[in-house]
Design a binder for this molecule. Structure first.
Ligand code: ACO
Length: 460
């Protein structure tokens, strides 16, 4: 069975159903059980509301499969991550980023000929429309790169009209190639712009990772040689972040795409979702945290704070919604971190601090009981910092890498043929119907200002 067929294996189980009993009416409902190729089964509740008049309530999607997918498999209990059946450790060790991009998009590793052709297409789409470059000038120099990326990627649909018709497979493919190819250029230009430095055009002679490093760190007045150890590390970082099934940003892309929106708009929505500190912003937060802790002696104090139920402080880079074991990406990241620091001859006290934090947390009952392990973000910040990336570019790198995952899921959703708009329902807890009163007859009350409307947050 090929991987693209694996998706078709999400079938109804003939032998078993799931019985749901409504104790208020005594009614029972037999619900079909869906089986994937591996991993937990799912109860098919699509007809439940029609039959029973009740919705399922699951705000954080902790028990809800929002779709079926044949791209990425995660077994969070055992710390397993596979793309199209291939272990992330193998891909990180033996593949390169564009190999993984092809795999995610098409379901198979490319043949040598397919790889050459794919690399060519991505490489030859990496320049930006020259007029798009002026778009950057509309941003303040101190804008966060993610703010710029949301804007510039959203604006791509205004520049590449010839690839926004989602009903045309050829246009979908061109848009996918453009997004993957241009994202590294867009991200590195956001950095150059913040520094007031000239933009560096991509080079068709370089690999994706090498190009990214060059566009970030080269200046026209000087020669620039890409360090192969750093290029390998960059490539690994891109691979490790390429996809992670139905995370918040990917689900955002799917939801945006479910309305038929064009891929540039959908990916801009994904970038916005990734920006949050509970998702892609965590690697930036890890470095900030290590800076705050600053010495090994202070580690126990921060662990104590993280454990205190009355303190909402959390150890950044620890815990994951799905992994209840060591995040397999964090293991690869840890090794890459040592390689990069050795190559650059950097002795970064933050690495020692991170290892001490990890050691203590892994022995502590609080973290053991809650199955809180280091996640992918725990070491990536230290590597990126050592390579010269400023902290506010960390999430931008994540966005560059994840673009292929977003596109692969968007493509998969569209290829299902029956595009159905994603429209969750709600449990309404507001006022029941009230009688409307015109302003002249409403009760007089002192203005309470605006802050009550937004909790205790500051007015801005
Ligand atoms: N430090 C301390 N305690 C934690 C942490 C942490 N990092 N993460 C979870 N906990 C505790 C919670 O307080 C809670 O304790 P309780 O049961 O006593 O109330 C318990 O562990 C379960 O936590 P939840 O918030 O319910 O777990 P959830 O699956 O919703 O959260 C999340 C996952 C958001 C990643 C969380 O672990 C977190 O905030 N981690 C820090 C931020 C981070 O590193 N994010 C990156 C995620 S990876 C990625 O996006 C690529």
């Amino acid at each position: 069975m090929s991987n693209s067929d694996a998706k078709a294996a999400a079938v109804e189980s003939a032998e078993k159903t799931f019985t749901l009993r409504d104790n208020t009416s005594g009614q029972t409902y037999e619900l079909p059980i869906l089986k994937g190729s591996e991993g937990p089964t799912a109860v098919d509740v699509r007809n439940l509301y029609g039959k029973s008049g009740v919705f399922l309530y699951d705000p954080g999607y902790t028990s809800t499969a929002s779709c079926s997918s044949g791209i990425t498999f995660i077994d969070g209990e055992n710390g397993i991550l596979r793309h199209r059946g291939y272990a992330i450790e193998d891909l990180a060790e033996h593949s390169d980023y564009l190999d993984v991009c092809y795999l995610l998009l098409h379901g198979e590793l490319p043949s040598p000929e397919e790889k050459t052709e794919f690399d060519y297409h991505i490489t030859h789409h990496s320049m930006l429309h020259e007029q798009l470059i002026y778009f950057y000038r509309g941003f303040r120099r101190d804008a966060h790169p993610m703010a710029i990326m949301v804007g510039v990627v959203g604006a791509l649909s205004a520049f590449y009209h010839d690839s926004t018709d989602i009903a045309d497979p050829q246009q979908r493919m061109v848009a996918s190639h453009r997004l993957i190819a241009k994202m590294a250029t867009i991200g590195s230009y956001a950095y150059k712009y913040s520094k007031g430095l000239p933009f560096i055009y991509p080079s068709n002679k370089l690999s994706y990772a090498e190009n990214l490093l060059k566009m970030m760190f080269a200046v026209p007045s000087d020669d620039f040689e890409v360090n192969p150890v750093l290029a390998k590390a960059m490539d690994r970082i891109l691979i490790l972040h390429a996809d992670h099934e139905q995370n918040a940003s990917t689900s955002t892309v799917r939801l945006a795409g479910s309305s038929g929106a064009n891929p540039f708009a959908c990916v801009a929505a994904g970038i916005a979702s990734l920006w949050g500190p509970a998702h892609g912003g965590a690697n930036e937060a890890v470095l900030k945290m290590l800076g705050e802790i600053s010495t090994k002696e202070r580690v126990p104090d921060f662990i104590k704070r993280a454990k205190d139920p009355d303190d909402d402080y959390r150890l950044m880079g620890f815990g994951h919604r799905v992994y209840k074991n060591y995040d397999p990406r964090a293991k690869v990241m840890r090794n890459t971190c040592h390689e990069v620091l050795n190559e650059l001859g950097i002795h970064d006290p933050r690495l020692e601090l991170a290892m001490e934090l990890e050691r203590i947390a892994l022995e502590d009952d609080y973290f053991i009981e809650r199955k809180l392990y280091p996640n992918v973000d725990f070491y990536s910040g230290i590597i990126l910092k050592a390579m010269g990336f400023p902290t506010n570019m960390f999430t931008a790198i994540f966005a560059i890498a994840r673009t292929v995952g977003w596109i692969a899921h968007w493509k998969e959703m569209l290829s299902e043929g029956t595009l159905q708009i994603g429209r969750p329902r709600q449990l309404y807890t507001g006022e029941r119907q009230r009688q409307f009163a015109t302003v002249d007859i409403r009760e007089h009350k002192q203005s309470r200002g605006w802050s009550w409307l937004w909790g205790n947050s500051k007015q801005d």
